[in-house]
Design a protein around this ligand. Structure first.
Ligand code: NAD
Ligand code: ZN
Length: 371
C-alpha cells in the first residue's frame, strides 16, 4: 500500500451545487503516475458544465483540468519526468490505441472514460473525503482543484523552469484548444480571413493564434463589449457585437463574401448555423463549443455542398501536448501570444466567485492560485 497525502480540494457534491472546500486524502503515485504539487489551476467553462451535469461525470467529484505544478513524487514506471520538474497537466489519453499512435490523442478511443469517467477506469478513485468515502476524481486525468494531484506521465507536460508556472495551467486545455484549432486543425493560412464566434478564453486564444498564423482579416464576434475591445488589442482587425448587428451580413461584408476559416466556441447551435452561413467558398468551420449532449444544429445543405464548405469538430485543438504546449510557452515568452492578458488570479477558496465572474463575463480566464 502506498502512503496517502493530506490535501485541500474543491468538491462538487451535487448537480448545480457550489464548490465546497474540504480536507481529503490522496494516494501516492503508482505505475507511470506522478504526484504533482499544484501551484495554480485555470478554471474552464468545461468545469462548470460538468458541475451542472451537461456531461454526466459522477458526483461528488473533484474537478479541475488546467493544473500547473511541480513533480513531488514519481511512480516506479515513470521514465522521463523527475522530482522538481515543472509540469502543465493536460487531457488524458491511453497512448496505445490507433488515434493515439497516429498523434491524435484528443480522439483516443477511451477519451470519455479517461477524462470524464470519475475514476481510474477500474472503479477506483485516488481521493477519499474526511469521512473516508471515495470522491470521484481523475477528471481530465488530474482533478487539479486541489493542493496535490495525480496525473500520468503521458499528460504531465514538462515546461521550462524559467517560464511563469502559475500562469501556464490554461495551456493544458482552453488555450491550447483555441490556438490549436487555428494552428493544427484549420491550419489558417497567411493572408486569409478568420472569424471567431465567441471571444471567451478559447475564442481569444484563437484570435491570437490567427495573428501568429498571419491571417490578415481577423473578426471576433461576441455579446460582451469588453471582450470585443480586448480582441482588438490581441489582434482582431474587426469585431461584431451580435446583439447589435446581423452577424451573417457583417461577416460577409467584412470579408467580401464570407470567411475562409471560422471557429465556434459559444456552444450555441444558432451561432454555429450563422457561422456556417457566413463561410466563403471552400470555407472551413471548426466546432469546439460544447452544448448539452444531444443538441442539434441546422445548415443549408446546398450552401455547404455548392460552396465546397466543411464543418469539423475539434477536441483540445488536435494538439500533441508534448509538442504544442512548449511551442505556446515559447510564443508567449517572445511576446507573440500574450495570453496573460486574459487571466485574473483568485485564491482556491474563492473558486465560486471565480466561476460566477466567468459566467457573468467579468473574468475571461480565472486562475486559482493554490501554492
Ligand atoms: P467562455 O464562456 O469564456 O466563452 C464563450 C463566449 O461566448 C463568451 O465570451 C460569451 O459572451 C460568448 N457568447 C455567448 N453567447 C453568444 C452569442 N449568442 N453570440 C456571440 N457570442 C456569444 O468559455 P470558454 O472557456 O472560452 O469555452 C468556450 C467553449 O469551448 C465552452 O463550451 C467549453 O466547454 C468549450 N471547450 C471545448 C474544448 C474542446 O476541446 N472542444 C476545450 C475547452 C473548452
Ligand atoms: Zn477545458
Amino acid at each position: 500500500k502506498t502512503t496517502t497525502h493530506e490535501i485541500t480540494a474543491a468538491v462538487v457534491r451535487g448537480k448545480e451545487q457550489p464548490f465546497v472546500i474540504e480536507q481529503a486524502r490522496l494516494r501516492g503515485p503508482q505505475d507511470d503516475e506522478v504526484l504533482v504539487k499544484v501551484v495554480a489551476t485555470g478554471l474552464c467553462h468545461t468545469d462548470l458544465i460538468v458541475r451542472d451535469q451537461y456531461y454526466p461525470v459522477p458526483l461528488p467529484a473533484v474537478l479541475g483540468h488546467e493544473g500547473a505544478g511541480i513533480v513531488e513524487a514519481v511512480g516506479p514506471n515513470v521514465r522521463d519526468l523527475k522530482v522538481g520538474d515543472h509540469v502543465v497537466l493536460t487531457y488524458g489519453a491511453c497512448g496505445h490505441c490507433n488515434p493515439c499512435r497516429g498523434g491524435h490523442g484528443a480522439y483516443c478511443k477511451d477519451f470519455f472514460a479517461l477524462n470524464f469517467g470519475g475514476d481510474d477506469g477500474h472503479g477506483h478513485t485516488a481521493i477519499t473525503d474526511a469521512q473516508g468515502q471515495p470522491l470521484h476524481d481523475h477528471f481530465f486525468a488530474q482533478s487539479s482543484f486541489a493542493t496535490f494531484a495525480i496525473a500520468r506521465e503521458i499528460n504531465a507536460i514538462k515546461v521550462p523552469d524559467d517560464a511563469p508556472l502559475e500562469l501556464l495551467g490554461p495551456l493544458g486545455c482552453g488555450i491550447q484548444t483555441g490556438a490549436g484549432a487555428v494552428l493544427n486543425s484549420l491550419q489558417v493560412r497567411s493572408g486569409s480571413s478568420f472569424a471567431s464566434y465567441g471571444a471567451g478564453a478559447v475564442g481569444l486564444s484563437a484570435v491570437m493564434a490567427a495573428k501568429v498564423a498571419g491571417a490578415t482579416t481577423i473578426i471576433a464576434i461576441d455579446v460582451v463589449p469588453s471582450r470585443l475591445e480586448l480582441a482588438l488589442e490581441l489582434g482582431a482587425t474587426h469585431v461584431v457585437n451580435s446583439r447589435e448587428s446581423d452577424v451573417i451580413e457583417a461577416v460577409r461584408a467584412i470579408t467580401g463574401g464570407g470567411a475562409d476559416f471560422a471557429l465556434e466556441s459559444t456552444g450555441r447551435p444558432e451561432v454555429l448555423s450563422a457561422g456556417i452561413e457566413a463561410l466563403g467558398g471552400l470555407g472551413m468551420m471548426g466546432v469546439v463549443g460544447a452544448p448539452k449532449l444531444g443538441t442539434t444544429a441546422s445548415f443549408d445543405v446546398n450552401n455547404l455542398l455548392l460552396g465546397g464548405r466543411s464543418i469539423r469538430g475539434i477536441v483540445e485543438g488536435d494538439s500533441v501536448p508534448q509538442v504544442f504546449i512548449p511551442q505556446l510557452v515559447t510564443l508567449f515568452l517572445q511576446g507573440r501570444f500574450p495570453f496573460d492578458k486574459l487571466v485574473k488570479f483568485y485564491p482556491l477558496e474563492q473558486i465560486n466567485q471565480a466561476a460566477e465572474d466567468s459566467t457573468k463575463g467579468i473574468t475571461l480566464k480565472p486562475i486559482l492560485r493554490i501554492a
